[in-house]
Design a protein around this ligand. Structure first.
Ligand code: PLP
Ligand code: TYF
Length: 395
């Protein structure tokens, strides 16, 4: 029946993750998906989340339709992004299906606001789904320079130049923290410079905030960029996700927010977001938002959440140090300084496709073929093996 239908594009990350699952090699290491793993290599369910779920059961909370998310959920989620200082700024937000659904809803609204006439500029490189999400929503995409392959860090002059020449009224997408895949985030000074450059261009600034907390370990510190751009009077939209910072990957909880000029200014945007949600997935799932609400209602749960977030980020930092040390100890003369310079979930190694394929095929170390490695897959048990194999393929 469907022989004329072409195959869909393969998922370059999850495809390798699936291949890892069926590899019988006992030494195999999975460094593919951007999801946290414990020291024992297993996924981590936050104790804070388990306690919040227990509360939900104990309270026998209902599972009524969830509309655009409760006032309380949307309020605390907004505050998590903007902090106390900006919490009274006019905005409209809807709970959505984690970061992905929130980006998509916002992209669909943007298409209606701009009628397909403006480009959205995306960092080169960026998360693999950014461009297709906008394209599928009818918003054309272009790239701006972001990453310097030689320094393995931000391409300062390329980035600033491309922002300078960005046409007025464009849309620009930034990853707020924990950039996927480059693990390279602008410094506060660089964010300020970027804001100054864009100031008089009437640009719509779109923040993807998938990793808030996973940069520094502190959700406040990590929100510097979005807060600075709002304070500076930019038109800001942002997509939040609790997938990573609460370890609720498959629970699918997040929010899409448009900053607006006053309450009336926001009503059409809110209506649009609500309608688009109703016509695609209906209403957002309530379980994850109840978990979030339980945590925000209880100071002790908030405290334990932040402790667990710190614990995850600290282990990632420790693994960066350990891997660097091991590579040095076994005599690798390759430049690995970017392991420590980068932050967040990933190490963007700069290894070639051939080197990555060697890691996968000869050593059962599963990495994304653009050289991206998810640090949480490394632990004290496999770090020697990972170091040896990295040394092997870079000799
Ligand atoms: N944005 C970025 C940069 C990501 O890396 C991811 C997931 O890895 C997402 C968005 C979407 O994640 P989720 O839909 O689980 O929030
Ligand atoms: O590791 C990454 O970059 C992601 C992971 O719906 C991912 O692409 C997997 C599934 C999904 C969103 C993100």
């Amino acid at each position: 029946w469907w022989k004329d239908v072409p195959l869909g594009p393969p998922d370059v990350i999850l495809g390798i993750y699936e291949a890892h699952k069926v590899d019988p090699n006992p030494n195999k290491v999975d460094l593919t998906v951007g999801a946290y793993r414990c020291e024992n290599g297993k996924p981590y369910v936050l104790k804070t989340v388990l306690q919040a779920e227990q509360n939900i059961v104990d309270k026998q909370l209902d599972k009524e339709y969830n509309d655009i998310g409760s006032e309380y959920f949307r309020e605390v989620t907004y505050r998590l992004a903007v902090g106390e200082e900006l919490c009274d700024r006019p905005h409209v937000s809807v709970q959505s299906i984690s970061g992905s659904g929130s980006i998509k809803i916002a992209a669909e609204v943007i298409k209606r606001l701009y009628k397909g006439n403006q480009l959205v500029f995306i960092p080169n490189p960026s998360w693999v789904y950014h461009a297709p999400m906008f394209e599928l929503s009818g918003v054309n995409t272009a790239f701006y320079r972001y990453y310097d392959e030689r320094s393995h860090y931000i391409d300062h002059s390329g980035l600033m130049t491309d922002l300078t020449y960005m046409p007025d009224n464009s849309i620009v997408l930034f990853q707020m923290v924990g950039h996927n895949p480059t693990a390279s985030d602008p410094s506060p000074e660089q964010w300020r410079e970027m804001s100054r450059i864009l100031k008089n261009k009437n640009v719509l600034v779109f923040f993807d905030m998938a990793y808030q907390g996973f940069g520094s370990g502190c959700t406040e510190t990590d929100a510097y960029a979005v807060r600075h751009f709002i304070k500076e009077g930019h038109k800001v939209v942002f997509a939040q996700s609790y997938s990573k910072n609460l370890g609720m990957y498959s629970v699918r909880v997040g929010a899409a927010t448009f900053m607006v000029d006053g309450k009336d200014d926001g009503q059409p945007i809110l209506d649009q977001m609500k309608h688009l949600a109703m016509c695609s997935y209906g209403q957002p799932p309530i379980h994850g938002s109840q978990v979030v609400e339980e945590i925000f209602r209880d100071k002790n749960l908030q405290k334990s959440w932040h402790e667990e977030l710190h614990m995850m980020v600290d282990r990632i930092k420790k693994m960066r140090e350990l891997l660097t040390m091991k590579l040095k100890a076994i005599g690798s003369s390759h430049d690995w300084s970017h392991i420590m310079k980068q932050q967040g979930m990933f190490f963007f190694s700069g290894l070639s496709v051939e080197q990555c394929e060697k890691l996968i095929n000869d050593h059962s170390i599963y990495v994304v073929k653009n050289g991206r490695m998810a640090i949480p897959g490394i632990n004290e048990k496999n770090v020697d093996y990972v170091a040896q194999c990295l040394h092997q393929v870079t000799k």
